[in-house]
Write a protein of this length. Structure first.
Lengths: 242, 311
């Protein structure tokens, strides 16, 4: 177990060293979330208190997925991904390590977004401990989701385009800008299938002390999704060995 | 057979219905440089990938230092190093970081990691490039660092897949020198190549593989002597037209190259071949412009073994 975590940690450390400066990671993993967050908080009055937690969830989601996405797509394209299979470790260390890299990057971005939110709205969380836990859970879940998504993309030059095809609609469907309850009836099932919906709800609870969904339910779904995405990623990695 | 560090029996690989490796068996002895020589698509890389756990095995068994490569995969991975056919280290990491990462992943203790990395940079003459990103290295330097990375954990058996592919003469000599040096220090090496000279130059024993099957195995001297009776006849006819197909099926002809007037025949029984050639020329009303007979060189021996060059 300890060696598994060490391997995951070394992979994550390497990924951060390699990819945090990539244009895709910088622009979509850091700049976009911060700019988007700031844009939606300018002169919004009471709405800003409601929208801020969702924007934090969004930031973590974009950062984490950008990071795992880049690290997997680039390495698969240039053949270095296979090298991970040569180390004497359990194979699941690959899925864990890749997701851990995205998780750490998501945490960095969350600090930036929380600062922006605080400076622009003065909002502080009602449940700081829960907020920290939610940020971490969201980062893990989003990273694993990004890892899964990465296996559908072959060409690194259009990875962010492909990712955004999935991510941008999620902004409008996951109760970040518009509450899920106000979505047209046909879109509601979609909203409840998306990972970001539950992070946004739980963040809202952590900030405001209330949300449209019981916090225990959101937390459970996030954890289950994180585990499912990780296991699926591991499964795809195993299947991809010719 | 007692000191086989890598013992392979009936190893087979199917890609769908296509048999890329067809029941190969061999033994790599401790301390030797074992060569896997074959043309493009022969199944060299596939074999190496099966032995190192990068590809699943369809049939047969392989043991490395007594451990089954499938069942005890993790144990095996700690004892071997692989230099794949492309230099695929992490492009955005520096030379130093690449080496350290490999040490970390192999569980080399921190102090020892730095020491090893330092030694390897020195040995491979890469100290000046310590802080250069892998992607900015030249092809030859990339190759060297890829070999160095495979040595970070002190493997007992090193797999080198086409170690000098695409290198210039100087870089190639350099890599050859390093391979010899590592071997002298006790490292067992499994090397694949399609370059006959490289195999004959470096290897203690060579397995020749073609279309997924091992067609010959032995020391370079053994392989040469096995085909020492092989001769090459080069002949020019005029006029330069004739049904060459007929030549290919003549008695004693192992291989045939060329077109029109100039023909190169690889033959086992040179007397029978000369006689057949004379008959052929008479039959088609051709006159012989020039003819020469000589021993086969390494390349022709190789073509002869794999049965290439015909048709
Ligand atoms: N992943 C794959 N899927 C399908 N066929 C494959 C795959 N990998 C290799 N092959 C086929 O298997 C055969 C053996 O390939 P392999 O790469 O082992 O040859 P090689 O001896 O290493 O040749 P080269 O000198 O080109 O490197 C080839 O015909 C190749 O096309
Ligand atoms: Mg090959």
């Amino acid at each position: 177990m300890r060696s598994l975590l060490m391997h995951a940690y070394y992979i994550a450390k390497k990924d951060l060293k390699e990819y945090y400066m990539k244009p895709g990671t910088i622009s979509w993993g850091l700049l976009f979330p911060v700019v988007f967050t700031a844009a939606f908080l300018i002169k919004r009055g009471v709405y800003s208190a409601w929208v801020a937690p969702g924007l934090l969830a969004l930031s973590v989601f974009f950062s984490s997925t950008s990071m795992t996405g880049s690290s997997i797509v680039f390495e698969r394209r240039f053949g270095s991904f296979e090298r991970l299979l040569l180390f004497p470790m359990r194979l699941i260390a690959v899925a864990l390590g890749k997701s851990l890299g995205g998780t750490l990057f998501g945490l960095i971005s969350s600090v930036i977004s929380m600062t922006v939110i605080y400076l622009m709205t003065g909002a502080t969380p009602t449940h700081p401990g829960l907020l920290a836990a939610t940020v971490i859970l969201t980062a893990v879940q989003a990273s694993a989701f990004g890892a899964l998504l990465a296996f559908l993309v072959r060409d690194p030059s259009n990875i962010m385009t492909t990712f955004n095809l999935v991510r941008l609609p999620m902004i409008f469907l996951s109760g970040i800008i518009v509450p899920v309850t106000q979505l047209p009836l046909v879109l509601k099932p979609v909203a409840y299938a998306l990972p970001l919906t539950y992070s946004a709800e739980l963040m809202r609870y952590a900030y405001l002390g209330q949300s449209g969904m019981p916090p225990a339910l959101s937390a459970t779904v996030i954890v289950l999704q994180a585990v499912a995405f990780l296991l699926l990623t591991d499964y795809i990695i195993r299947k991809s060995i010719p | 057979m007692t000191n086989c560090v890598c013992e392979v029996h009936g190893l087979t690989k199917f890609y769908g219905n296509f048999k890329a490796v067809d029941s190969v068996s061999f033994c790599v002895r401790e301390g030797e440089i074992f060569g896997f020589l074959g043309p493009n698509g022969a199944g060299k890389t596939t074999t190496v990938r099966m032995l190192t756990g990068l590809t699943r095995i369809s049939g047969g068994t392989a043991r490395i230092f007594g451990y089954d490569v499938v069942r005890d995969g993790r144990k095996v991975k700690g004892l071997i190093g692989l230099v794949p056919d492309t230099s695929n280290l992490y492009s955005e990491l520096t030379c130093w970081d690449n080496l350290i990462f490999h040490g970390e992943m192999h569980g080399v203790p921190r102090r020892l990691r730095a020491e090893r990395a330092e030694e390897l940079l020195e040995l491979f003459d890469l100290r000046r490039f310590r802080n250069v990103k892998f992607r900015n290295l030249s092809k030859g330097l990339k190759r060297r660092l890829t070999i160095a990375a495979a040595l970070m954990h002190g493997p007992k058996l090193l797999f080198l897949d086409e170690p000098t592919l695409g290198l210039d003469v100087l870089s190639r000599r350099r890599v050859w020198g390093l391979i010899r040096k590592l071997n002298r220090e006790g490292l067992t090496i499994f090397l694949t190549t399609h370059n006959i000279y490289e195999a004959f130059e470096l290897c203690d024993r060579i397995a020749v593989i073609n279309k997924g099957r091992i067609v010959a195995i032995g020391t370079p001297a053994e392989l040469r002597s096995r085909f020492s009776a092989t001769r090459v006849i080069e002949v020019s006819f005029s006029p330069s037209r004739g049904p060459l197909r007929e030549l290919a099926v003549m008695d004693g002809v192992m291989g045939l190259e060329g077109s029109g007037g100039r023909v190169k025949l690889i033959v086992q029984d040179s007397l029978a071949a000369l006689e057949a050639l004379t008959n052929y020329a008479r039959r088609h009303g051709l006159s012989v412009e020039s003819i020469s007979l000589r021993g086969a060189d390494a390349e022709e021996v190789f073509l002869n073994i794999i049965g290439g060059g015909s048709g």
